[in-house]
Design a binder for this molecule. Sequence first.
Ligand code: OFO
Length: 164
Amino acid sequence: MLKPKVEKILNEQIEKEGYSFFLYLSMASWAESKGMSGIAQWLYAQSEEEKMHMLKFVSYINERGGKAVLPAIKQAPGEWKDVFVMFDEVLKHEQYISESINKIVETAIKENDFATNNWLQWFVTEQVEEESSVQQVIDKLNMLGKASIYLFDKDIMSLRTPAN
Ligand code: OFO
């Protein structure tokens, strides 16, 4: 049986995972609308993972004799200046989620709920992987950013219409 403090904080995480789902879905849709189908696919897949995370919390709370309460989820943004800004936001969001998972672990330990602590370890590992995978995307984008400016610099004169 879940203790009230653990049940409450687990329920709060449903909203955070649900927001992650909509945030990445919104980013995927934005990228798709800008013709970046590869980035869109990455984000659609990420968004599906977040939905699965949210459902894991719902099932776990119910399985442990609590009651999962499905929250209202605030609207995610729908526009970003560019992909650099967008992926920085993904990384910040994942860091926020990691902190949030750590707080739940802390609460579970304080409440002597070792089963929940044990169950949460999957998320602890998952967050390490997610932060690292987003950091890799950012690193590659930064490298490409410089390379593409170099290539564009070589190409820009070909865009001029010849003078009559
Ligand atoms: Fe990417 O976060 Fe869910 O847990």
